[in-house]
Design a binder for this molecule. Structure first.
Ligand SMILES: Cc1cc2nc3c(=O)[nH]c(=O)nc-3n(C[C@H](O)[C@H](O)[C@H](O)COP(=O)(O)OP(=O)(O)OC[C@H]3O[C@@H](n4cnc5c(N)ncnc54)[C@H](O)[C@@H]3O)c2cc1C
Ligand SMILES: *[C@@H]1O[C@H](CO)[C@@H](O)[C@H](O)[C@H]1NC(C)=O
Ligand SMILES: *[C@@H]1O[C@H](CO)[C@@H](O)[C@H](O)[C@H]1NC(C)=O
Ligand SMILES: *[C@@H]1O[C@H](CO)[C@@H](O)[C@H](O)[C@H]1NC(C)=O
Ligand SMILES: *[C@@H]1O[C@H](CO)[C@@H](O)[C@H](O)[C@H]1NC(C)=O
Ligand SMILES: *[C@@H]1O[C@H](CO)[C@@H](O)[C@H](O)[C@H]1NC(C)=O
Length: 565
């Protein structure tokens, strides 16, 4: 039996290697535009996210989409919506956010979508003042390249470059750091221009310029798109630097005891944990002076193909796959490179070579997964790790192999922030991805294990959901987890009294209430509810609602045929 289970795990690994190979050989295809309009007839437009479908019941249909290129055009779009009292939302060129935050409403009512995909012309660097001011539609990669050309560096960035500056700060996107201003990009924001509705005699919309230390900035820098349209963002920079990275693949025995020291010792440290393999990968990552030679970049390529600098999502997956294939023998050596190369990646988005396109591109049929991101107050994180270990030790470790193949648990650090919708204390963030059957009603491998981990994180240990990730159930009671939530709502009421920038979809995230989904059949499989009856799972396929194994308050969909214990 053990043999069989192990074999199954290997099979899944093998399947994932096949996916990796496929991803490397498909012809490069640029991602399809996220807004697609029906040219024939008055069909209007449909907003997708980069993963293709929204993870729920209905498409996001929008009658009107505008593509401003200047700040004044942005302002007049808001004025038009304000004058006509219609819902309005912003979406970036890539629309990478998993929750349906950017959807302005249902197809029945008039609504307007403002795309920032053509609002990306200005990147102004102040070399003396060490700042950069950008249009909100500028992509992370464009920004980083320009900043590095000036021999300066932006210290924080998410690990993925295919995002817009406006979108990423709006959802609190982060890299990993407890040092300096910390790993969240919004904590490097020192000014911001916001376009909000206004009275008729002010032209129906106005631009407010917010500068640090105005407390309004604490509301506006992580605003989930519900305060207004962000037009300009001013970020602080530092003199250019390089980073030196080493990965240490080692035993996972001490994670809960050492993660804080790790964060304190390494400016950009992170940890990837593969529970079923009892393995932790500590990323030792500190800055080094600009004149440090870029030693290992090329060697690195030779060892592991282009995925060695595997901080990216796909790259990481490939590294893991290769690592597994070689018996996890990859051991570190310092890889030194410019900050702009080391902090973020994502060439699959733009690639015109035949090498890559993004693995999650819906047309590749490669990965189809859920992505959960739970943010813990650092002092509570150790207990979560211990609980996951308990669960792993109780079940067959092979039941964790699904997540290990995708990315393992990626553990990162966010420093305390004054942003109302940011983290009010030093925090530890964990991302985990798991397989989602493309047919919503088909239960996925080890469904129950993932549901229990998810519920342990968000309900037992009080983790907060990342605003740009997660299934809806993670947002239940989210407002009680943010001490400044009401301050944020006060600002929202003041800036947008008509609630033009709110929709039923963003309300669903902001005020997460389970009743909204009516707890339909199969709702727990899609993460729309926590099951309380078997029909919320998939009784016809043998999945029933059962208590968790370690967290007994959890309610998960478990296969009657599974031999968990
Ligand atoms: C492969 C991958 C890896 C990722 N890695 C990380 C990571 O390492 N760390 C991390 O924190 N996140 C990560 N993310 C999540 C990503 O940072 C967020 O999804 C980010 O919000 C996406 O930005 P976007 O430009 O696509 O925003 P969108 O999805 O277009 O918009 C996000 C929200 O912001 C609003 N918005 C956008 N622009 C404006 C504007 N100008 N004014 C007002 N509101 C606006 C939208 O209405 C929406 O509510 C990753 C995502 C992917 C797909
Ligand atoms: C476009 O609209 C027409 C008329 O409303 C409809 O028949 C057609 O199916 C639509 N096409 C798409 C791709 O949605
Ligand atoms: C104003 O909005 C309406 C519909 O929402 C649209 O038809 C019209 O073209 C817009 N006008 C301008 C000047 O953007
Ligand atoms: C703006 O985006 C376009 C692609 O949509 C790109 O070609 C152009 O280089 C971008 N401009 C800047 C300043 O980054
Ligand atoms: C950046 O530094 C390099 C190396 O010192 C130098 O050659 C280049 O001129 C600098 N660029 C700018 C814009 O200062
Ligand atoms: C890797 O981590 C282990 C456990 O913390 C430690 O004993 C070992 O010295 C580390 N190896 C390197 C090369 O730093």
């Amino acid at each position: 039996m053990m043999m069989y289970q192990y074999f199954r795990c290997l099979l899944v690994v093998a399947a994932s290697l096949v996916v990796v190979l496929q991803v490397q050989t498909v012809q490069a295809i640029l991602p399809p535009p996220v807004v697609q309009c029906n040219q024939t007839g008055a069909g209007g437009c449909t907003l997708y996210n980069s993963y293709g479908a929204w993870n729920d019941r209905s498409d996001c249909r929008v009658p009107t989409v505008v593509y401003p290129t200047t700040e004044e055009e942005l302002r007049s779009a808001v004025a038009n919506a304000s004058k006509n009292k219609i819902k309005i939302k912003v979406v970036s060129r890539f629309s990478h956010t998993i929750p349906k935050l950017a959807c302005p409403g249902s197809s029945k009512k008039p609504a307007m979508l403002v795309s920032t995909s053509k609002y990306n012309s200005t990147i102004e660097i102040d070399v003396v003042g060490l700042t950069v001011t950008v249009d909100s539609g500028v992509s992370m990669r464009q920004l980083i390249d320009r900043v590095e050309e000036a021999n300066l560096s932006l210290v924080a960035a998410p690990y993925w470059e295919g995002v817009s500056v406006g979108g990423l700060i709006s959802t609190g996107a982060h890299g990993s750091s407890w040092w300096g201003k910390g790993g969240a990009v919004h904590d490097h924001v020192i000014g911001l221009s916001l376009i909000v509705p206004a009275k008729q005699n002010e032209g129906f919309a106005k631009i407010i310029r917010i500068q640090s230390p105005d407390p309004l900035l604490d509301a506006a820098k992580v605003s989930l798109g519900v305060l207004g349209v962000i037009s300009k963002v001013k970020l602080s920079l530092e003199p250019g630097f390089k980073r030196s990275v080493t990965y240490n693949f080692t035993d996972d025995g001490e994670i809960e005891d050492v993660f804080m020291d790790h964060a304190k010792k390494y400016e950009f440290g992170d940890i990837t944990w593969y529970p079923s393999r009892h393995t932790a990968v500590y990323r030792y990552d500190n800055r080094v002076p600009l004149d440090t030679p870029e030693t290992a970049m090329e060697n690195a390529r030779n060892v592991n193909g282009k995925c060695l600098m595997a901080s990216s999502f796909v790259g990481f997956k490939k590294l893991v796959a290769n690592g597994l294939k070689n018996g996890l023998t990859f051991t570190g050596y310092p890889v030194v490179g410019r900050q702009g190369k080391m902090q973020t990646s994502g060439s699959c988005l733009y690639s015109t070579s035949s090498l890559s396109s993004c693995a999650w591109d819906p047309r590749i049929n490669g990965l189809f997964f859920y992505e959960s991101t739970a943010i813990f107050p650092a002092k509570k994180f150790g207990d979560f790790i211990k609980d996951v270990k308990k669960l792993r030790d109780l079940i067959k470790p092979e039941n964790f192999c699904g997540v290990d193949i995708y990315n393992g648990f990626l553990i990162r650090f966010i420093k305390a922030s004054k942003a109302y919708m940011g983290q009010s204390e030093d925090s530890t963030v964990v991302d985990f991805n798991y397989y989602r059957a493309s047919d919503a009603s088909t239960p996925r491998l080890n469904q129950d294990v993932w549901e229990e981990v998810e519920q342990m994180a968000f309900f037992k240990h009080g983790a907060k959901p990342h605003w740009a990730k997660n299934r809806n159930l993670a947002f239940l009671n989210v407002q009680s987890k943010y001490p400044n939530f009401n301050k944020f709502l006060d600002v929202k009421k003041k800036l947008d009294p008509q609630e033009m920038f709110s929709s039923e979809w963003s309300d669903e995230i902001l005020f997460g209430k389970e009743e909204k989904y009516n707890k339909g059949d199969g709702c727990a499989l899609e993460g729309l509810c926590v099951c309380s009856e078997d029909r919320h799972c998939s009784p016809s396929k043998g999945y029933f609602c059962k208590p968790g194994l370690v967290y007994s308050e959890a309610r998960v969909c478990r296969s009657s045929g599974s031999s968990m214990l």
